[in-house]
Design a protein around this ligand. Sequence first.
Ligand code: ZN
Length: 635
Amino acid sequence: LCVIVAAIKLFNSMLSFYSDLDRAWGVLFLVVFSLWTGTARANPRTPAPVSYELDLRDPGSHRVSVTMTIPDAEPSTVLQFPAWNALYQIRDFIKDVERLQATCGGEPVELTMPDSNTRRSVPKACRPLEVRYQVYADGAPPFSSGLNTAHAFLNPAMLLFYLPDQRERALRVKLLLPPGWKMATLIQGSSPDEFDAVNYDALTDSPIEAGTFEEYSYQQAGALYRVIVDDGEQPASGTEKKNPGNGRRAEGRRDGTRQYSADALVRTLEKITSLETGLMQDVPFNQYAFIIHFGVDGGGMEHAYGSAIAVSGQSARKRLAGIEWVAAHEFFHLWNVKRIRPQALEPIDYVHGNDTSDLWFAEGVTSAYGALSLLRSGLTSRSDFYAHIGGQIDSLEHRPARHFQSAEAAGRDAWLEKYPDYLRLERSISYYNKGELLGFLLDLGMRYATGNAHGLDDLMRRLNYDFARQHRFYSDDDLLNIVGELAPRFDVRRFFREYVYGTADLPYERYLAYAGLKMKQVRVEEADPGFSVERDEEGVTEVESVDSGSAADLAGLKAGDSLLEIDGRAPGETLAFSPGQEIRLKIARAVEQINLRFQIGRRSETTYRIEEIHNAAPEQLAVRRGWLQGITVTR
Ligand SMILES: [Zn+2]
């Protein structure tokens, strides 16, 4: 399969190079080329798989002991360790690799270090070359790796060296588990503690969960869905840091009761998978797995055959609201980004990263489908959906950076998101946020221009059939061409120029009117406390920050103060104030207790509300119905 994918990629690049090449000749060339590569594969000298043994039997140490065995290493074999995976952030995973040792044919050898991510073996062949090391893994799902006494969640790219010259080589992974633990991966056909991956990319697209998880499953449209649940309980290690992908200590399940209803969870997922496979008219797998951690809100990470989701137990108890949004988004990714894949993300460059200029489409449009799927499957109401869009407009309109940074540029700069300063409202916008709005507007624009004959759903299905299923990757030109074919009267080039590559104000009113909707700006007066707080694991409320010049600041409140009382009472889980309210705080600072008194400030905010026009025309109602229900008229 991979050889054929490579051939098609070559074929594509030739097609774009010889742009006047007749398509039929191109297809003939592809057939001949495939036959030729097929012949080349007919007498393979398939090398034995590279194997990895992952020893998890000392979970309290947070250290995974890895033994990598290359049965037949050429002289000066190069090994490399990824610097990123899951998040579009260079995270230098090699920083967690300890005690690296190697043997060549059983004899200890020194590996050289061409650069910090790379090691080179000795200038002679090794049968085998064995590399042993430990990886310190004390992060949280779904973007990091962690091993502790409760469970392990492992992103293979954070643990395993690869051979840059043999990325397509088959791999075997074996786990040594603590007593009573079991293992789950997204790769099918695994034995209880061992599995094979066709190549390194497939392996890094399959996180591993090990522990005492619970498992549910359901069948739908010929596929098996596995639901693997780790119900919280990560013991405090005292060393977990508050940074992206490394969540705080989980609220644990300490009394043996579940934080969630298994029935409600499975029924919710069934609705989402049914709606989205129906929308795409496609079930491109035999098996798909949701690996769910109830503990801390971490988010979700998409994979081709599953997703890893981490949400707080609190959101699980509240009618699964948190998990619905994440699951609907991640499941749609199995097409958009995993199979409907921008050319710029391939081949994966594990060291330097890839060009991510298409993230407004890969992430933003996926978010649009997350919201549409929940609405269309009845998991959210129409008013929730409108409120959600209003909230998205709020988010974008409150970021001054929208005047300077385009949706495309925000995607390209995703790699800077690990720096908190980059996230300032003046510096960056979110490609999730603007991309989602662009998805909605594109849908409305296409439906309006075609009298609701075509919309975004058709674009996604075309991308799936023309690209994903042909193992081709798409470019921006492909997007423009397909929209142009589906909706010839919609000026998609101008849409992209102004709103995707440019920073023109988004034409909300005009596009919403296509569906008989109007946007209302509402000015509301809100409380501006001038400080923010944070509750730690012990329930202590601590002042996180104080706005300089605010009444709180002038009264003497400082970051790091512990809040003991507000108006004579212990602070509750959430703090709510009204504008202009006079408050009395008792705080602890070092050994002192201090009383402060000040007035909560006011600020006036514009929020956006989407409302239906009552006397909308039939054409507007047709677009509205089509958009909300996912239907088009056939003409
Ligand atoms: Zn996503």
